[in-house]
Design a protein around this ligand. Structure first.
Ligand code: NAD
Length: 357
């Protein structure tokens, strides 16, 4: 057992990519996904308590860099995240991220963590949590269109949390589908490799779209979507970047994380600003109905919200003592007299000077 709070408060626990991989492998991917889902449920059910703001985005031609802050009044958190669809062609990730938790009382950081892997985990756990409330009962088959970095996490979350064991995969780049099939081999799925979106959605109760392209794309057209399905729309997550034809939205009951952000970034940017949508947290607290019949099309218009990162960081922080997978970073200056920051620099020079004497 490694003690998480050091005697020296200026040392901040840091979770590197290597630590994160060891945590995930040690606990097991599906256990981590269900664990994060529990923390998400806890935080979604106390939604009103949080500070909320649409994320702060800096757009460029090639992508977007965003900050995602929130606080529950005791702990503050934020994530830095980018989205650059052209990156994979250069051997880089589309999405990378890191995040911080801090003590509201002192403002001192409590945790600094990699969040590229953690974002994939929390996005998948959030998708599966939403589907648990919205999918047709007894769903077993999911179409997944887009088989890139997020895809295996999505598949495993739907298996662990919703009981999905059949996948129908399609990607415009066949090597992405092959990679996904290889990675999921032996993990308990029946997998069908499809050669079109149309083929992928056939017989699927859940349709996940998780493609990356900075444009108004039409991954699904209206005729592809039969009644009764649940759509988990992940890839349309910033202005000018959507995946579904507008007609699908008009036939669906739409569920979102935080409407002010989703109206800017989600599929519903295609609809008028006052178009009625339901908030997922209210379905979870029972204030609003989720799926009401087996003919209804339910759509989770996911964009990713700060509270989900907060939950995921809380989960990781709670795994650190038992796993020991972190190191301390000397991140905060600590003069003996808090007002003598400059003197601290001067004193740091002294031993060097003495050595030279
Ligand atoms: P990625 O680049 O690793 O994978 C995207 C895949 O989509 C690629 O394999 C690509 O070939 C495929 N693709 C592109 N256009 C397609 C099309 N028309 N039909 C079928 N496949 C197509 O990206 P990723 O990290 O897996 O992320 C996927 C998307 O999810 C991105 O747009 C990202 O911004 C978004 N995302 C959303 C959330 C959220 O919370 N909603 C979180 C993380 C990522």
């Amino acid at each position: 057992m490694t003690k998480l709070t050091p005697d020296d408060l200026n040392l901040v626990p840091f979770v590197s990519v290597d630590h994160m991989m060891k945590i995930v492998l040690g606990i097991g991917v599906e256990n981590v996904l269900t664990g994060i889902c529990e923390y998400l449920e806890e935080d979604f059910k106390r939604w009103e308590l949080f500070d909320k703001t649409p994320r702060i985005a800096s757009h460029s031609n090639e992508g977007v860099i965003e900050l995602m802050p929130t606080s529950d009044g005791q702990v503050y958190g934020f994530k830095y995240v980018n989205g650059h669809p052209k990156n994979t062609k250069e051997g880089l990730q589309t999405v990378t991220a890191f995040g911080v938790l801090a003590d509201v009382n002192t403002g001192y950081p409590l945790l600094l963590s990699e969040m590229t892997i953690l974002t994939a985990l929390r996005t998948a756990a959030t998708s599966a949590m939403a589907a648990k409330y919205l999918m047709p009962e007894g769903s077993k088959t999911m179409a997944m269109i887009g088989n890139g970095a997020q895809s295996e996490f999505q598949a495993l979350a739907f298996k662990a949390i919703c009981g999905i064991d059949k996948l129908r995969l399609y990607d415009t780049d066949i090597s992405a589908t092959d990679k996904c099939i290889r990675n999921l081999d032996g993990l308990g799925f029946d997998i069908v490799k499809c050669d079109s979106e149309q083929m992928a959605v056939e017989g699927s109760e859940i349709i996940t779209t998780v493609t990356a392209d900075k444009q108004y794309a039409t991954i699904l057209t209206d005729n592809m979507v039969g009644s009764g399905v649940h759509i988990n729309a992940i890839g349309g997550d910033c202005p000018g970047k959507t995946e579904l034809h507008k007609d699908i939205l008009l036939r669906s009951e739409i569920f979102v994380e935080y409407p002010p952000q989703t109206r800017i970034e989600g599929e519903i940017q295609q609809l008028p600003d006052d178009y009625p949508v339901k908030e997922l947290w209210q379905v979870m607290t029972g204030e609003v109905e989720g799926r009401t019949n087996n003919k209804q099309i339910t759509l989770f218009d996911s964009v990713g919200f700060a509270i989900e990162d907060f939950s995921a960081l809380r989960y990781i922080r709670d795994q650190l003592e038992s796993t020991g997978q972190f190191q301390y970073l000397d991140m905060l200056a600590d003069p003996d007299d808090p007002r003598d920051l400059f003197g601290m620099i001067l004193r740091a020079a002294l031993p060097a000077k003495q050595d030279g004497e």
